[in-house]
Design a protein around this ligand. Structure first.
Ligand code: SOE
Length: 385
């Protein structure tokens, strides 16, 4: 089998999820390629972390200069999992070197950066994908299937929430290896780019394009100690964001996200309510999708009776998306499998399989909506997408 040599640009949380996927994917899926973990990159000052990372995942070599890694002849895929502010330069260099590209979300810091990156990968003609892993939770794929099968009918409402609580304490510093998400220069935005990007990606994938938004953002703690210098620095990323959305299909939506939602760790929910039915998903119970059936999708005939109610579907049957590749019905898979599923889809697309979604051009939509949300909050008005 042909090998595909991976160069991993980053050795943090997402570096781990992606490395695990390369190691695992061939165990579950029949693939045209065998990924080989060739090299991983980390900064010189993080050398101990980098070496630990190399050993944990089995990389053949390390680099402390990412440009050198990209230019190596023995690298086929460049996987960008570094903090957001580095994505642009890394993707432009990888495209110029003719490498296949995997990039974590949000793939750019702004819409203009995203446009530049899309132009570069398209000019170079290199296959590329953006990692929105939650599309590949089997229950989320099933949620979309239910909508695509017409079981919801005309949609009226879409709502999404993505809440966490890890920045409530004033003592949490900003910046540094683990908390760069609080530093606007490194992350671009706060919960909008980090969390709502996921919700927007799945919302548009399931319910079509958003037409306009009206947003409010809040910064609860305005100054934090810098993890790098120890100085107090102003916080400019959005700690919380709420926005109203009007979809092109006429339905209306609400989106809410915060890192101050005490008790919520990675609470991402989505619900759609239509004329004929409704669907609901909660990432804290990722093996279930809930479905409410009100009318027959073919005839529109009402089928409500005394047994009508929400169905809680355990998404572990072989008929369910991706699940035939894992264990036996009733046994579950987890967070890490969303990255494995996504990688399998990407690798298959490289050998004539179905096109992978979203590539960078498609993911630019999410960037567009995120930019509009931030602008709407700043200017206190509705913004058309
Ligand atoms: C933030 O805490 C974070 O790690 C996001 O960056 C990921 O995209 C999300 O899936 C989990 O939470």
């Amino acid at each position: 089998m042909q090998t595909l040599n991976v160069g991993m640009l980053g050795c943090g949380f997402m570096g781990r999820t992606h490395s695990n996927a390369y190691n695992q994917v061939g165990h579950f899926f029949d693939l045209p390629f065998k990924p080989v973990l060739k090299a991983c990159y980390g900064r010189e000052e993080d050398i101990e972390t980098l070496k630990k990372f190399q050993k944990a995942w089995g990389y053949e070599s390390i680099e402390t200069d990412w440009r050198k890694l990209i230019d190596r002849d023995d690298i086929d895929i460049v996987d960008v999992v570094a903090p957001n502010f580095l994505h642009r330069d890394m993707v432009l260099a990888a495209a110029a070197a003719g490498k296949k590209i995997v990039c974590e979300k949000p793939f750019a810091m702004s819409l203009s950066e995203a446009q530049e990156m899309v132009e570069a990968v398209e000019k170079a003609g290199v296959p590329n994908m953006v990692s929105f892993n939650y599309r590949r939770v089997p229950a989320v794929s099933l949620f979309k299937q239910i909508v695509d099968e017409g079981r919801i009918g005309r949609p009226f409402h879409y709502r999404a929430v993505y809440n966490q609580d890890y920045t409530i304490s004033q003592k949490v510093p900003a910046g540094g290896a683990s908390l760069w998400r609080l530093d606007a220069k490194v992350a671009g935005s706060g919960v909008t780019g980090d969390l709502l990007a996921h919700s927007i990606d799945t919302a548009e994938w399931i319910n079509g394009p958003i037409k306009k938004v009206c947003a409010y953002t809040e910064i609860f703690i305005k100054e934090r100690r810098s993890a790098e210098t120890g100085e107090m620095i102003p916080i400019t990323i959005d700690d919380a964001c709420m926005f109203l959305a009007v979809f092109q299909n006429g339905s209306i939506g609400t989106f809410e996200s915060s890192r101050y939602a005490r008790g919520r760790k990675n609470y991402s929910i989505m619900e759609i309510n239509g004329e004929n039915g409704a669907a609901f998903f909660n990432l804290e119970e990722p093996e279930y999708v809930q479905f409410f059936r009100y009318a027959d999708p073919e005839t529109g005939k009402k089928i409500e009776d005394h047994l009508t109610g929400w169905q809680r579907i355990l998404v572990t049957n072989s008929e369910h998306p991706y699940m035939d590749k894992y264990w036996v019905p009733g046994t579950t898979i987890g967070y890490e499998h969303t990255f494995i599923n996504q990688l399998s889809d990407f690798l298959k697309s490289l050998d004539g399989g179905p096109a992978f979604h979203p590539n960078m051009r498609e993911a630019m939509r999410t960037q567009k909506v995120c930019d509009a949300v931030i602008r709407s909050a700043k200017e206190e008005k509705w913004v058309e997408i």
